[in-house]
Ligand binder design. Structure first.
Ligand SMILES: *[C@@H]1O[C@H](CO)[C@@H](O)[C@H](O)[C@H]1NC(C)=O
Ligand SMILES: *[C@@H]1O[C@H](CO)[C@@H](O)[C@H](O)[C@H]1NC(C)=O
Ligand SMILES: *[C@@H]1O[C@H](CO)[C@@H](O)[C@H](O)[C@H]1NC(C)=O
Ligand SMILES: *[C@@H]1O[C@H](CO)[C@@H](O)[C@H](O)[C@H]1NC(C)=O
Ligand SMILES: *[C@@H]1O[C@H](CO)[C@@H](O)[C@H](O)[C@H]1NC(C)=O
Ligand SMILES: *[C@@H]1O[C@H](CO)[C@@H](O)[C@H](O)[C@H]1NC(C)=O
Ligand SMILES: *[C@@H]1O[C@H](CO)[C@@H](O)[C@H](O)[C@H]1NC(C)=O
Ligand SMILES: *[C@@H]1O[C@H](CO)[C@@H](O)[C@H](O)[C@H]1NC(C)=O
Length: 314
């Protein structure tokens, strides 16, 4: 695949947003690639998982002319989803063989740059044979080798120990599932752990919620819907999100915006929306170490416009 920068575009957005917010494209793939998730490394480079070809890429978003470099095509996967850090410059990424809203061979891969390695060592940590559609992922703060993963079809959250390979469902609830009559049968999608709660977006229900958990990721209380998000149209697929230090969530809002969700459930468009055409289907957001610079990934339009990496200031 030929990868090249397609030029920079700086757009001040007006429709439905504060005029001061702006977002800028730093990279897009030159042929169609659907970027699904992202994670920053300590060196400031982004890891990008792709939904349409099972490949993991890396990019230096602060370079003058950022280029995506292939980290690995994950063996046995046609689609990759969530990524999280599980140690010192070591990551887990989930992938499987994509079917019709259903995956087989759901696998947790590890991507290890520890010890200053130039190239990552790829290994298989677990096969989650009972899972249907593993999606968003985060690691337990006190046990980072243990991860929680959303299963969008089962309305469940799996726990996987990336050292032992053992997996189990820790939370399963109607609030995490898609309703049986949903147009888009994708329930829990994005997932992040913060201060004894696992937070999630539910794409079919247009909700942002949380579940109290123990240090081991077991359920410690009822599911709570924090915000009922905008929705209504078919395929209105709220995707992944990130928290800033103050606990404000920035979420990928279909089809062209980033939403800001406060802990009291108040939410609004932070950037994009309206007739904005620069943000082509946001999928994930990552905040750099300065706490201010945020990178947005997108899936493109499915045909002509490819997945992008955009940068904005919080
Ligand atoms: C998928 O998993 C099945 C059952 O474990 C295995 O037989 C098959 O080889 C796997 N396929 C791929 C492409 O890895
Ligand atoms: C794909 O899966 C969806 C959701 O289960 C179902 O409604 C649809 O009929 C399936 N399509 C095909 C072609 O099997
Ligand atoms: C890293 O990978 C690149 C591309 O495959 C290769 O050219 C290079 O030799 C590798 N470097 C090391 C230190 O293994
Ligand atoms: C898969 O699910 C079945 C049925 O619930 C259960 O008996 C089995 O232990 C599960 N396997 C794993 C590896 O979790
Ligand atoms: C699904 O059923 C619920 C409850 O009857 C209804 O409110 C909702 O509009 C239905 N959704 C769709 C997409 O048909
Ligand atoms: C979006 O574009 C349409 C058609 O050009 C225009 O009528 C509408 O006012 C625009 N909406 C916003 C929010 O700018
Ligand atoms: C992609 O480009 C083709 C040819 O220009 C056009 O016919 C098609 O409508 C475009 N697709 C989208 C989704 O814009
Ligand atoms: C990449 O971005 C540029 C600048 O916005 C755009 O003109 C081009 O069509 C995009 N290419 C793809 C393949 O998405």
């Amino acid at each position: 695949m030929q990868l090249q920068l397609q030029g920079l575009a700086l757009v001040a957005l007006t429709a439905g947003t504060a005029a001061s917010q702006s977002i800028r494209q730093v990279f897009n793939f030159s042929s169609y690639v659907d970027i699904e998730n992202s994670h920053l490394r300590p060196n400031g480079h982004l890891l990008l998982s792709t939904f349409d070809n099972g490949r993991l890429y890396t990019i230096d978003p602060s370079a003058d002319n950022p280029q995506a470099e292939l980290v690995s095509a994950m063996p046995g996967a046609t689609a990759l989803c969530g990524i999280t850090s599980i140690g010192d410059d070591k990551y887990a990424v989930v992938g499987g063989i994509r079917g019709n809203y259903s995956y087989t061979n759901e696998t947790i891969y590890t991507v290890d740059y520890s010890g200053g390695a130039r190239n990552a060592t790829i290994a298989i940590a677990a096969h989650v044979s009972n899972a249907t559609m593993l999606n968003g992922m985060d690691s337990l703060p006190e046990k980072p080798h243990v991860i929680l993963l959303a299963d969008s079809r089962q309305g469940a959250i799996y726990r996987v120990d990336t050292d032992s390979g053992v997996s189990t469902i820790v939370i399963q609830d109607e609030a995490l599932a898609a309703p049986s009559n949903a147009t888009l049968p994708i329930g829990v999608n994005g997932l992040k752990i913060r201060e004894s709660f696992v937070y999630y977006t539910n794409s079919a229900r247009n909700t942002f919620g949380r579940v109290p958990i123990t240090v081991d990721g077991d359920q410690a209380g009822d599911v709570e819907v924090v915000a009922q998000l905008n929705g209504g149209t078919a395929g209105y697929d709220w995707d992944d999100f990130v928290f800033d230090e103050a606990g404000v969530a920035y979420a990928a809002q279909p089809t062209n915006a980033i939403a800001e969700i406060k802990s009291n459930g108040q939410h609004s468009i932070f950037v994009g929306g309206g007739n904005n055409t620069l943000i082509q289907g946001p999928t994930s957001i990552t905040i750099a170490r300065d706490g201010k610079t945020a990178y947005v990934t997108t899936h493109g339009d499915g045909t002509n416009l490819s997945g992008q990496v955009l940068v904005m200031q919080l």
